[in-house]
Design a binder for this molecule. Structure first.
Ligand code: GLA
Length: 367
């Protein structure tokens, strides 16, 4: 009897483990490399992740009436992703997500210059960042692990960096675990650049009617190139105060110098609690569909970007439904330009260390 029970139990777990992840070929890179798509199914969530840029291409989850729809922006074919060099839809950005002033930093007295691709500054690891590379993938329990080896000198950064990014589904959540190591001192800041629109229909609804809460008392104001000035400014009495749930569009056009610089929100909030500790980064609510997204993370900051540079006209038919403010990013991260700001939590990674971090996107609904 006991062996029968053990056998049945192991059959059930095997079935469950295989049932949740499936793999198909999505398309080919110009050099013929096949891009695979992994579909992860949890209770009430279905997430699709491809090996090009380790990108989330869709997350389907139910609204308050039980209707499941995609809540992230994306394209329905690989070529559209290859043609789009600037939105970073769903991608893992790196080696340094967000900006480094003038693309310059120094480690142990050595000056490094990485390519500048955003006015005078370096953005998201340079013109051939991790979002544009093909990752190696293998199935794990309830998910997929993507691996990228970035060689010493890749995009100007020192050290061969090995990045493992594991996506798993648990109940109604998508969890991302990062584990990064290097063979020479380097700087690293990985994040996911998914654009959320909880309505399920970004053609009809922008995110301006969605509501957001960011439990942070401070944010990092920026200069005209979106580089932090170094100040940790209080959100009190500003349009950056999201300590209570606020409609995104309510103050976005206020006469505020920081909002003018970015054309909306494109700033880093300083999360409460320490670096490495799991905490809430944001809660997003769509009154129309009832969908709620709660973002928790071990990272010290979150970049809330309100999709200010999106432009539906840019990519022809493929860009339809991607108008200004049609999606927003919640990039859990270390602060921008940390390599040049000793007072910010450090992004330096040394040989023998592992940089581990976790971000969880949990979905639910509210009446
Ligand atoms: C980040 C940046 C934005 C913008 C987007 C990509 O979120 O902070 O300024 O560059 O990436 O368009």
């Amino acid at each position: 009897m006991r062996w029968l029970k053990v056998m049945l139990l192991s059959m059930v777990t095997t079935m469950a483990a295989h049932g949740v992840v499936s793999k198909t070929a999505l398309g080919k890179m110009p050099d013929g490399t096949v891009i695979d798509l992994y579909t992860l199914k949890g209770d009430g969530i279905e997430a699709s992740i491809m090996t090009y840029g380790a990108r989330i291409i869709s997350i389907k989850t139910a609204d308050r009436n039980g209707i499941s729809e995609n809540v992230v922006l994306g394209y329905n074919n690989l070529d559209a992703y290859l043609a789009d060099k600037t939105t970073y839809f769903g991608a893992i950005v790196g080696r340094y997500g967000n900006r480094i002033a003038l693309g310059k930093f120094s480690i142990d007295g050595h000056q490094y210059q990485v390519p500048v691709n955003n006015n005078a500054n370096s953005l998201h690891g340079g013109p051939m960042g991790f979002d544009k590379l093909v990752w190696q993938a293998h199935e794990v329990a309830n998910g997929v692990e993507m691996t990228l080896v970035s060689k010493d000198g890749d995009m100007g950064y020192p050290g061969t960096l090995t990045a493992h990014v594991r996506y798993t589904v648990q109940h109604q959540a998508l969890r991302i675990d990062y584990n990064v190591s290097t063979d020479k001192p380097t700087v690293v800041n990985l994040t996911n650049h998914a654009y959320f629109n909880l309505s399920g229909d970004p053609k009809k609804n922008t995110i301006l009617n969605e509501e957001i809460e960011i439990p942070a008392d401070k944010y990092t104001p920026v200069d005209s190139g979106l580089i932090p000035t170094g100040e940790l400014a209080s959100v009190e009495g500003t349009p950056f105060d999201f300590r209570k749930l606020m409609t995104i569009g309510d103050r976005i056009n206020n006469n505020n110098a920081q909002l003018k610089i970015a054309g909306g929100y494109d700033h880093n909030w300083v999360l409460r609690g320490s670096n490495g500790e799991m905490k809430t980064a944001a809660r997003l609510y769509d009154p129309k569909s009832g969908r709620v997204l709660t973002v928790t993370t071990t990272e010290p900051g979150v970049q809330f970007y309100s999709g200010n540079f999106l432009d539906g006209a840019k990519f022809g038919k493929a860009g339809e439904g991607h108008a200004k403010n049609s999606g927003l990013c919640l990039e859990t991260q270390h602060f921008p330009d940390s390599p040049n700001r000793p007072s910010f939590p450090s992004t330096l990674l040394k040989p023998g260390e592992n940089r581990r971090s976790t971000t969880i996107f949990t979905f639910s609904t509210q009446k």
